[in-house]
Design a protein around this ligand. Structure first.
Ligand code: PMP
Length: 388
């Protein structure tokens, strides 16, 4: 008999992500070139790793305070001031989490319950929908449009708000589209969020990877500070995916409530990782971030130009390290395009529909790869397109 019956109703609502299915397929395919992973190909800068190593050597392997090491929380506050001009937060507003992932789960559990609606972006990062579903609340898709560069417009936002809307989860720069919200874009939606008093979560994990315009944190809008929750982490900006280090910035009452879950569930990232984090978040790492961002920018420029040249219309994304290429001209669905590309040319990219129904007609291509790998992959994509 199936053991599914042991699982909770909310858990049974979760489906297996298409993204993971493609990772598995790619892993099972010999000689595949994968442009599927959202993980920088750079090593963690050595001076950061060294701090983690020293922490172990010096026996700093004890429990850290459940909110995170004080020096790390101070560093995070100063970092938001230094890099994004965000003022008015103190260490009481910071919770250090096990990656941004834990923070996403925590804020959903803190705010949502059955009967509530939570607006999520479509296409959007794959963790939001399951995190909402697990609370019993209902995810409501806000369909983003390519012709609006996948930004949230005030009209679209008003359209999806109901009297049940409790929370919205934004993510800019965006995974999967690379879309960015500038200060002017936020100025149009912040009054709406304030008027409806909606808990506003913004996942800013790619904020350092903003090209062209100056990065804008929604935390710089002080008028919504009470209802605002910022999620960020070390994975993308510092190439620290495996260290499992992230954080939440919010009103101190929200942080206190978050601690009441976190101290019994995760308790916190490994203490040596937090010591490495103190080094990472310090001004000493600003140059590393900028060097990595510049490398991504060069790859983006190369990739977008090349994809357009071989016949895949691809808009220039303003942030993160993904392009969202339009494959609708091939006549194939996103899923079929990706399966056939993988089988016939051994290149793995992810169907846009893995990120929500509005992703149909697109594929997500990550440029966390060297220019040589990108070149080989694009040559194969070109050969595939010629056959169609
Ligand atoms: N948010 C977004 C938008 C992401 O793309 C990712 C990683 N793919 C995360 C959060 C989670 O990152 P981590 O848990 O490594 O901090």
């Amino acid at each position: 008999m199936s053991t599914e019956k042991y699982l909770s109703r909310n858990v049974r609502k979760l489906s297996r992500s298409l993204l993971w299915q493609f990772f598995d397929l790619a892993n099972a395919t010999p000689n595949v070139i994968s442009l599927s992973v959202g993980e920088p190909d750079f090593r963690t800068p050595w001076h950061i790793s060294e701090e983690g190593i020293y922490a172990i050597e010096k026996g700093r392997t004890y429990y850290a305070p459940s909110r995170g090491l004080m020096q790390l929380r101070e560093g995070i506050v100063r970092y938001y001031e230094r890099r994004f001009g965000v003022r008015g937060y103190g260490t009481d507003n910071v919770l250090v989490t096990v990656g941004g992932s834990e923070a996403i789960d925590l804020i959903c559990r803190l705010v949502l319950e059955e009967g509530d609606e939570c607006i999520i972006l479509d296409p959007g990062y794959i963790a939001y929908e399951p995190s909402v579903l697990l609370t019993g609340a209902t995810p409501v898709y806000l369909r983003l449009r390519a012709d609006n560069h996948f930004k949230v417009s005030p009209e679209q936002l008003e359209e999806v708000i109901t009297d049940r809307t409790r929370m919205i989860i934004l993510n800019y720069p965006s995974n999967p589209t690379g879309g960015v919200m500038t200060r002017e874009d936020y100025e149009k939606i912040v009054p709406i969020l304030k008027k409806h008093d909606i808990v506003t979560v913004c996942d800013e994990i790619y904020l350092e990877l903003t090209y062209g315009s100056k990065p804008c944190s929604i935390a710089s809008f002080r008028e919504i500070r009470d209802q605002l929750v910022i999620i960020n982490g070390f994975s993308k900006a510092y190439s620290m995916t495996g260290w499992r280090l992230g954080y939440m910035l919010a009103d101190s009452k929200i942080i206190d409530a978050a601690v009441s879950i976190h101290q019994y569930s995760a308790m916190g990232p490994a203490t040596p990782a937090q010591f490495a984090g103190i080094e990472a978040i310090s001004p000493k790492s600003d140059r590393d971030i900028e060097e990595h961002a510049e490398a991504f920018l060069n790859r983006r420029n190369w990739l977008v130009a090349k994809l357009n040249r071989i016949g895949l219309p691809t808009a220039m994304p303003e942030g993160a390290f993904y392009v969202f290429a339009n494959i609708s001209g091939t006549g194939l669905s996103s899923y079929d395009f990706c399966v056939r590309l993988l089988q016939e040319e051994k290149v793995c990219v992810i169907p846009g529909t893995a990120f929500g129904p509005a992703g149909e007609g697109f594929v997500r291509i990550s440029y966390c790869y060297s220019l040589e790998e990108l070149q080989t992959a694009v040559d194969r994509i070109e050969a595939f397109l010629k056959k169609l």
